[in-house]
Design a protein. Structure first.
Length: 169
């Protein structure tokens, strides 16, 4: 299914384990509770897609883009997923599991990471978290949480958005 045009497709509870969706267009697709373990979505378009409660364990989402409209990944499992260079602006990741996920160079600007499990996430930086829309009750490694606090208190001259107050609590 490389490069497939799946815009506005509806796949509820779909079994797409190890499916190759490299470069696929999934804008506004509806795939709640779908099983996408080990799937490859490299370079795919996810703007407006709904992947709520989907299983993306060990999926490769390197370079996926969700810029025009937020992708919804609430309650999804992205454990050990590769999200290197992913553009997830304003994405909804409420309660998502991202343990051991690789977030190197991922754009999380405005993303809602409320209650997300980000413990042992690789490549995740304080700057990414400070750019997020919310990290309220997110599970973070203590060193990363401390780095956010230090960054926030470092200059005191920059307004860094709503995360600023959450990191302080």
């Amino acid at each position: 299914m490389k490069g497939a045009d799946l815009r506005e497709a509806v796949f509820i509870l779909a079994n797409m384990v190890a499916c190759d969706l490299t470069g696929a267009d999934l804008r506004n697709a509806y795939l709640p509770k779908s099983d996408l373990q080990l799937a490859t979505l490299m370079g795919g378009k996810l703007s407006g897609a709904c992947l709520v409660s989907a299983d993306l364990t060990k999926a490769d989402l390197t370079g996926v883009r969700a810029e025009e409209e937020p992708v919804r990944l609430d309650g999804s499992c992205l454990d050990q997923a590769r999200l290197n260079g992913a553009v997830l602006r304003n994405a909804s990741l409420i309660g998502a599991e991202l343990r051991h996920a690789d977030l190197t160079d991922a754009d999380l600007t405005g993303a809602d990471l409320t209650r997300a499990d980000l413990r042992e996430a690789r490549g995740l930086t304080a700057d990414q978290l400070l750019a997020a829309g919310s990290i309220e009750k997110a599970q973070l490694d203590p060193t990363l949480r401390a780095a956010c606090r230090r960054s926030e208190h470092g200059t005191g001259t920059e307004a860094r958005g709503p995360v600023s107050q959450e990191v302080q609590s």
